[in-house]
Design a protein around this ligand. Sequence first.
Ligand SMILES: O=c1ccn([C@@H]2O[C@H](COP(=O)(O)O)[C@@H](O)[C@H]2O)c(=O)[nH]1
Length: 243
Amino acid sequence: MKRFVPMVAIDVATKQEAIALFDKLMVDPQPIVKIGMELYYGLGQVIVCEAKKRGFKVFLDLKLYDIPNTVHRAMAAIGRLGIDFTTIHAAGGSEMMIAGLAGLEEGAKEVGVAPAKLLAITQLTSIDEQILHEQQHVDLSLIESVQNYAQLAERVGLAGVVCSAHEIKAIRKVTGDDFLCVTPGIRPVHALKDDQKRVVTPVQARIDGSNAIVVGRPITQSVDPVAAYQKIQKAFLNEEEEK
Ligand SMILES: O=c1ccn([C@@H]2O[C@H](COP(=O)(O)O)[C@@H](O)[C@H]2O)c(=O)[nH]1
């Protein structure tokens, strides 16, 4: 199965902080950098250019969720950036995902680059069964809901989903072999509790069959982000078990 290098979530507020992390993370193998809402809303395209200039593959995680026409146009703009991965909420439905995928492909074609892999957000890793049932009033179990979104996303031609590694085995039962499971909510063994609810270690994510792990604070807030990244990368890609 295809495994990507870890995706490091560069969730910082300023260009200086982001560039300092990019410069530190120019190691071998170079991680994929994930640019999310905080950085992109604050700085825009310039930060994507800074990452690409340094040779990073870019995961632009903006989690689009709007009416199909708006998503189509926004995804065309994302497609023109020539990035490698991006996201859309499966909860927006198949018509919205189809529009997003078409927009992404059109934008990429306009500038002559390969379209990014489009991943559907299933249930955020900060959601647990209690939130799902008591606040969202969803009757399905969390696993069933994630499975349903994964099937929907595959049916409309998306490359994969974002989910917790806890759900990978259930997703693999209902999707094809090439369908990607990209998994945030990664926490090394001794991590403190935070907003993430469905957490998994890098080793367990590998065992469960994750195609790519997304890791933010355990790397970016570490006193030594490069050492933290390399330890997680080795654990995930099985070069050295996590201690
Ligand atoms: O379900 C999801 C979807 C996206 N994310 C993003 O991943 C990183 C995780 O960062 P940590 O600091 O390791 O918690 C963050 O950018 C989220 O926006 C997610 O966590 N869960």
